[in-house]
Design a protein around this ligand. Structure first.
Ligand code: SF4
Length: 297
């Protein structure tokens, strides 16, 4: 028997306190090491989080670039990308990730302008007419022990020697030198996924930071892929233990400033067992249509 998620986390010799997830993205797995309590809220209880401007902007720009690469190579021009961005903005205009931002007219205009700024930077970084893409927004899965890892590769292409290149678009800030290797650690998962699905380790993984126009590249090796597998298995064992005991401890850090669950976090005197209903109510309220207010003179 599996205890209901909102029940107190009590260890039981017979049953897990929380169901162990069967399938997760690499970043979700990694989030357990940042804060187990946050992982419980987002990946075990699957509580909705209010959308963020930066994330939604990233999603829309990714979609515009996907549309650009659906076009024949010769048609991938700045004007075409501007059309594709308009299409992506239109597609997302009724999506909860955009509606939930509750942007007023001025904020919506600046949101659009920031998206346009990101795609303008893109053309200074590469010439899309020369890219030999073989897959866009590819969903890939691979098993690591009892866990199914799943990830989306923004773009898979061939280099001049026929090797696989994974390209990942980033719309946030590029990491400083000190954190560059840490940011690359995540992308080695893509190499692992390629090895599992295609039987080949990519020759290169590229992170394109559209905001600053920087590109960071890394060459995966069998050792780096093995390291990821070993580390994922270790983290996954810790997740399974936490699900069994119900012991998901909060781990305070700078990330708390951006955590959607702070009000239910015991580290901030919150009650985690109220999150199940309250977080959903907060999210639903965000999506409710707002009454139009009329200015009376
Ligand atoms: S507020 Fe901080 S400690 Fe609490 S769940 Fe969020 S990230 Fe973890």
């Amino acid at each position: 028997m599996v205890a209901h998620m909102s029940e107190p986390a009590v260890a039981s010799p017979d049953a897990p306190a929380y169901p162990v997830p069967m399938s997760l993205s690499p970043s979700r797995v990694g989030s357990f090491t940042s804060c187990p309590m946050q992982f419980r809220f987002s990946s075990i209880q699957k509580l909705p989080e209010p959308p963020g401007v930066a994330t939604t902007k990233g999603t829309i720009v990714h979609r515009a670039l996907e549309l650009l690469f659906v076009r024949p190579a010769a048609d991938r021009t700045p004007a075409a990308l501007a059309v594709d961005l308009a299409t992506a903005l239109d597609e997302y205009s009724t999506h909860p990730d955009y509606v939930g931002l509750q942007l007023g007219a001025a904020a919506a205009t600046s949101f659009r302008a920031e998206c346009e700024g990101l795609i303008e930077k893109y053309f200074a970084m590469e010439d899309p007419t020369t890219v030999r893409e073989i897959g866009l927004e590819l969903w890939m899965t691979a098993d690591v022990g009892s866990l199914q890892l799943r990830g989306i590769i923004d773009r898979l292409e061939l280099d001049e020697q026929g090797g696989l290149v994974v390209t990942d678009y980033k719309t946030g800030r590029a990491p400083s030198g000190r954190f560059e290797q840490k940011s690359l650690a995540g992308v080695h998962f893509y190499a692992f996924l390629c090895e599992q699905v295609f039987g080949v380790i990519p020759s290169k993984i590229r992170l394109m930071y559209l905001k600053s126009g920087e590109t960071i590249e890394t060459m995966p090796t069998p050792q780096s892929v093995k390291f990821i597998t070993t580390r994922t298995k270790a983290v996954w064992s810790a997740v399974e233990r936490a699900c069994t005991t119900g012991d998901f401890r909060p781990n305070q850090s700078n990330l708390c400033n951006w955590c959607s669950f702070q009000q239910w976090c015991p580290a901030f005197d919150g009650n985690p067992d109220l999150a199940e209903t309250e977080a959903r109510a907060v999210y639903d309220a965000l999506l409710e249509p707002k009454p139009v207010s009329l200015a009376l003179s």
